[in-house]
Ligand binder design. Structure first.
Ligand code: BGP
Length: 462
């Protein structure tokens, strides 16, 4: 294989999030995850909840030193709204939390790790969910702006990359469409409205960030699932187009171009599902497009036209127009059940280049989850994850090709650094370059960690 090389100042990092790694120490308010786990622990794999983490709150310095050892130069994590803010209505900051994030960020910078701070990783404060219905409420948009302003003020002198939301669609799909995230409401109207309010909140904080004259950049992270229709048959192509509108373009278009795709709005109107908005919001959305986009990519979205029409009396969902297509002989990650299709990373990169003005972007998540990874431990207790090394190499190969062809990608972030807690899947699938012993939170570098260390050092990923 030819030598695969990346630009000199490329950001080599990993990604995680506050709720999946910090643990409960000194955390005063609950997020929906903390509440939901107390209410329905049986919805979580092995009944393991969000208090069981790698304890980053106390062990962050150890992690940063391992990142440095592995030659990584960037890390994306999130500031928890329910940790940083003591009083959500006034935006009053919890000083203990502010000190923690200060220590954490300073430690990264002192060790040459660029902090990329995200402000929302599915972790709605429970109080705001219960009182107002989370992002269904416009009032919560205002409260989120207060939280973001507090974070900019506290850390904006040092953090150069800000992210407004991680995968907003994964969050709203889980909460209002697919019954995967609390409040498990099944309503397309709620899905559409919450997405709209998230977009508005995003635009308002981009505006606040720019007004504050900070010297960094601000963007959003989307899970751009490339829709691949079953065939070139017009019905399948149309199915792909609708899936693209509701899953991808719903954020990609307004965040980068400043407005929604008209077809999306037309479908909402046709099904009497339009969101409520104020006319001046549209101006805010138009004016506050992003500096960069983060794209999370795990697997493509294969779709086909529906075989049969849904019951016309059932409530509208975009799945009236498409359904998942399980292509025979697709290549699967047998340990996680997700498709492996590395070329999609090239397709995404070229799409950003050709359809979105070649905006600056980076891979904010990509990775391979493995159930029962313990079985790959050798006699010295060291995980030999050659499958993960192959996975990374293949994806990087396609990414390098796209960069070579002019796509404006400035970094690659693997999910994740140390194995972390993952929503209702808890520790079912391990993703880290470093393994976590759940009994004593001890970290052990996996084979993939040592591989990436050498690859970054030599700028050779073949
Ligand atoms: C992404 C989320 C991450 C993480 C990852 C792996 O969509 O942004 O937070 O959970 O998926 O997911 P899982 O553990 O379910 O395989």
């Amino acid at each position: 294989m030819n030598k695969i090389q990346f630009p000199k100042d490329f950001l080599w990092g990993t990604a995680s999030s506050g709720p999946q790694s910090e643990g409960y120490k000194h955390k005063k308010n609950d997020s929906i995850w903390d509440y939901w786990y107390k209410k329905e622990p049986e919805r979580f794999y092995n009944q393991v909840g969000p208090e069981t983490t790698s304890n980053v709150y106390e062990q962050y310095a150890e992690d940063v030193s391992i990142m440095k050892e592995l030659n990584l130069n960037s890390f994306r994590t999130s500031i928890q709204w329910s940790r940083l803010i003591k009083d959500f209505e006034t935006g009053e900051v919890d000083q203990e939390a502010a000190q923690f994030y200060n220590r954490y960020i300073d430690e990264m910078i002192a060790n040459g790790i660029e902090p990329m701070m995200n402000l929302f990783h599915f972790d709605m404060p429970y109080e705001l969910e219960q009182k107002y219905g989370g992002f269904k409420s416009r009032h919560v948009v205002d409260l989120y702006v207060k939280f973001a302003e507090a974070a900019f003020e506290l850390f904006g002198d040092r953090v150069k990359y800000w992210i407004s939301f991680n995968e907003p669609v994964a969050y709203t799909k889980g909460a209002y469409w697919h019954n995967l995230i609390y409040p498990n409401e099944m309503s397309m109207q709620s899905y559409v409205q919450a997405n709209y309010h998230i977009l508005l909140a995003h635009s308002l904080i981009v505006s606040a960030y720019r007004k504050g004259n900070y010297s960094g950049e601000i963007g959003i992270v989307v899970d751009l699932l490339p829709p691949i229709p079953r065939s070139e048959n017009p019905a399948d192509v149309e199915a792909g187009r609708i899936a693209d509108l509701f899953i991808n373009l719903i954020f990609m278009d307004p965040c980068v171009r400043g407005e929604y795709d008209q077809d999306y709005l037309n479908i909402l109107k046709k099904h009497d599902c339009m969101f409520h908005y104020h006319i001046e919001d549209l101006e805010a959305i138009k004016e506050n497009t992003v500096d960069f986009i983060g794209i999370n990519y795990y697997q493509p979205m294969r779709v086909k036209a529906r075989d049969s029409m849904p019951n016309p009396f059932s409530p509208f969902t975009p799945e009236w127009y498409y359904e998942p297509y399980e292509m025979p002989n697709r290549r699967m990650n047998e340990y996680r059940g997700w498709e492996i299709y590395p070329k999609a990373l090239y397709d995404i990169a070229m799409r950003v280049k050709n359809e979105y003005g070649n905006i600056k972007w980076y891979v904010s998540e990509n990775g391979m989850g493995v159930q029962g990874e313990e079985r790959f431990k050798n006699k010295d207790g060291f995980i030999e994850d050659d499958y993960r090394i192959d996975f990374i190499k293949e994806h990087l190969g396609w990414l390098a090709k796209a960069i070579d062809e002019g796509s404006n990608c400035f970094g690659y972030h693997l999910w994740t650094f140390v194995d972390n807690w993952s929503w209702t899947n808890a520790y079912k699938n391990r993703y880290g370059l470093v393994s976590l012993n759940l009994n004593n939170t001890e970290r052990t570098i996996k084979k993939s960690g040592n591989w990436i260390k050498e690859a970054i050092k030599n700028n050779d990923f073949s």
